[in-house]
Design a protein around this ligand. Sequence first.
Ligand code: PLP
Length: 764
Amino acid sequence: MGPHLGNNLINLNIYEQVRQAIEECGLTLQDLIDQEEEPGLGNGGLGRLAACYMDSMATLDIPAIGYGIRYEFGIFDQEIRDGWQVEITDKWLRYGNPWEIARTEAAVEVGLGGRTESYSGEQGRYRVRWIPDRVVRGVPYDTPILGYKTNTANTMRLWKAEAPESFNFEAFNVGDYYGAVNQKTYSENITKVLYPNDEPIQGKQLRLEQQYFFVSCSLQDMIRIHLLRNSSLDNFHEKFTAQLNDTHPTVGVAELMRLLIDVHGMEWDQAWNITQNTFAYTNHTLLPEALEKWQVELFGSLLPRHLEIIYEINQRFLDTVRERYPGDNGKLSRLSLIDDSGSKYVRMAHLACVGSMAINGVAALHTELLKANVLHEFYELWPEKFTNKTNGVTPRRWMVLSNPRLTYLISSKIGEDWIKNLYELRKLEEFVNDAGFREAWRQVKREIKGDLAQKIQQCCNITVNPDTLFDVQVKRIHEYKRQHLNVLHIITLYNRIKRDPNIDIVPRTFVFGGKAAPSYFMAKLIIKLINSVGAVVNNDSDVRDRLKVAFIPDYNVTMSQKVYPAADLSEQISTAGKEASGTGNMKFSMNGALTIGTLDGANVEIREEVGADNFFLFGLKTEAVDEMKSQGYNPLDHYNSNPTLKEVIDQIASGYFSNGDADLFRPLVDSLLYNDQYMLLADYQPYIDCQDRVSQTYRDYDHWTRMSILNVARMGKFSSDRSIQDYCRDIWKVQAVPVELQDYVQAKASFKVDPQQFAGSRPQ
Ligand SMILES: *Cc1c(COP(=O)(O)O)cnc(C)c1O
């Protein structure tokens, strides 16, 4: 979510008043805002997307609850020691959390493990009950999510796992004190710590326990709220949509079936109709290794009833496939919810597709690739389920809060309506020929770069010059995102200087930031490489401060708010076809950075919007990547035929940047020379050539300024308000429910139940 205080003041439209009031107390609001601990409850773009969507739903008066896990330890804090990443536990709750309210009265119980048994119910009906061998209690903690200049306050409801008192007490009674306490520890472990892997999955039992715990708590909560106002669950799907943010909560499909059938006594067909019309699935990845699957054995030992339900869903689903494609056994095994080739797995993306009314990708290219490859056969079955919903980010946090100077300049020209309707930024185009406006624009950027320079001095002890080109790549560290391609460019520039120390080059400051999954060896080695190259470049007297490399430690939302506004150049250089959308690309461009990027994810649409002339495009396109691979891509061909590339790789390999240690970066070098899954060597020369165009353009800084203004003016599409409107129209079929304050006060007086309990989630 990022810290709440500044954002809440903006959305309440009292930022200025509070700033003045605090100054009268002899403090500064910024100092106060800087005290707030960041709730680091996600890994990267996916969680941050949900946070932007919460802001937009509240702003658009869409009643919504954002469900999640209240991790005691969020994403680790990153320190850099000797150039390496070190992970420190994130004790964000150390001093308490003033934004949350525990709703113990709405706690629920969740079973785990055990077995199932059948029995005959009323009228001799076949029924099943699950006898779990553990029960944990889920306690909701609510944080209000305020809309911008509206009365709506939605709820983010995060679940904490505890031991159920009764369970604990029973063990105590039979004298098993140790067992009772042990049980408590075991229960609390479920929400103890966030798994820090961004893309690939790990297959650990505790992770599945987290997923099921959070999903069961949330569905029980939705059913409770529904039954406050409805006499049965028959119309549940007309009142609730559960939008699955990737496959992580997909076990919810089986859980809702279980709740409807086993707990609420519904028949299969009706339960399935409700379930299928409740869920919608957003896919976030094209990387095959990141497609979530669970070993059937593990799944069945933790969730025996859910495995039965999944088998039943699968059987009925495959019957329809069989009918449509008679005799096509390959089709059956490819579409099955169970991967049966070797050891058995539950395929979560398949369950999500079968259990949902709608399936979407997060950028136009991504959705097309889903339909053509990853989910092609589901697309053939149900083309009408597939739509695109291009991601967006909230301009409240990513412009107004993080870039007050630019906000003020923009609003001084076109008023403040753009904050709620980002397409209004178009009006800035009018001022692109105004030399005074361009000068003011440059002045703003210069001041923000000065702030970041100070920050870099503090946190990295590196002196950088705010008048250099700030070339920035901040995002999770991953081979497909290609931070190391950026490094190859830095070394190339360094070698040009070494060859001719008086060469006239555009001075650059390279800024990196991002966390590597603790178990991702190659990503950690990339961090070490960045810092090693930095140590050489930053301290070489021939360079004369024309190149600086800074790796900002502990990249998170708080830090990112200082970084995006200060960038001149945004690095969006993933291998084409690998980045589903990206949202960092949008935040940079909204703040006046120009993009150097591949035709990947939402870069495609950003380029369409800002115009090809205002975007630095390079590299292989998706089809060329695939084609090259199928024809037997050999990275050595590029290495052998390109002397500047060869020199760069040889330097890394020889230990030039590692005090002569030729072993240190060997795994990285070997991976590039003998595999290069992400095609760095194929894209190297086009990238260098494009970077040279960037430098040439920057020399004409007035022209650069025009491009920067046009980038901002044309970013309307990438507001998360637009994304949410698309979801509302095409998938959720909901409209705004404005909150009238007077009505609300009256409602509170006449309600039997506390309306606070479901504030923001009231169906019409
Ligand atoms: C926006 C954001 C991301 C996502 O960045 P991408 O460049 O799209 O991968 C990751 N982390 C933080 C802190 C962000 O704010």
